[in-house]
Write a protein of this length. Structure first.
Length: 120
């Protein structure tokens, strides 16, 4: 296939956990068949990244290529923009939420405790 005829897409890397493979999400719009309103769509492409130059969140340009594996039919051509994604571990979020809820007693808890005291 001539390089001029290959499809080229630009998307965001949503997963880089595999060896030499990234998943790229390409966002596009499609008109609704009846109402005509543009609806956002998302397509995921498995792309070959030979040197693992892509990181999670990067904006990359991918190009159609021969089948490399069962799912990979695209290749990363270049990293258009490097983006940083803040890594937050679920354990840290749980601790913050627990600390916030313990610091502020719920209004319903106060009512129930006063009702229990009055019944005794």
């Amino acid at each position: 296939m001539a390089r001029e005829k290959r499809k080229v897409r630009v998307g965001e890397v949503i997963s880089d956990k595999m060896a030499k493979t990234v998943i790229v999400a390409v966002r596009w719009k499609q008109n609704h068949p009846i109402y005509g309103k543009a609806m956002p769509r998302l397509t995921k492409f498995y792309a070959h990244a030979g040197e693992n130059q892509c990181k999670l969140g990067d904006l990359v340009r991918i190009e159609e290529t021969r089948p490399i594996s069962r799912l990979k039919r695209w290749r990363v051509v270049e990293v258009v923009e490097r983006r940083e994604i803040a890594e937050v571990k679920p354990e840290e979020l749980d601790r913050e939420v627990l600390a916030a809820t313990e610091a502020q007693p719920l209004d319903g808890d106060d009512d129930q405790s006063s009702e229990e005291e009055s019944t005794q």
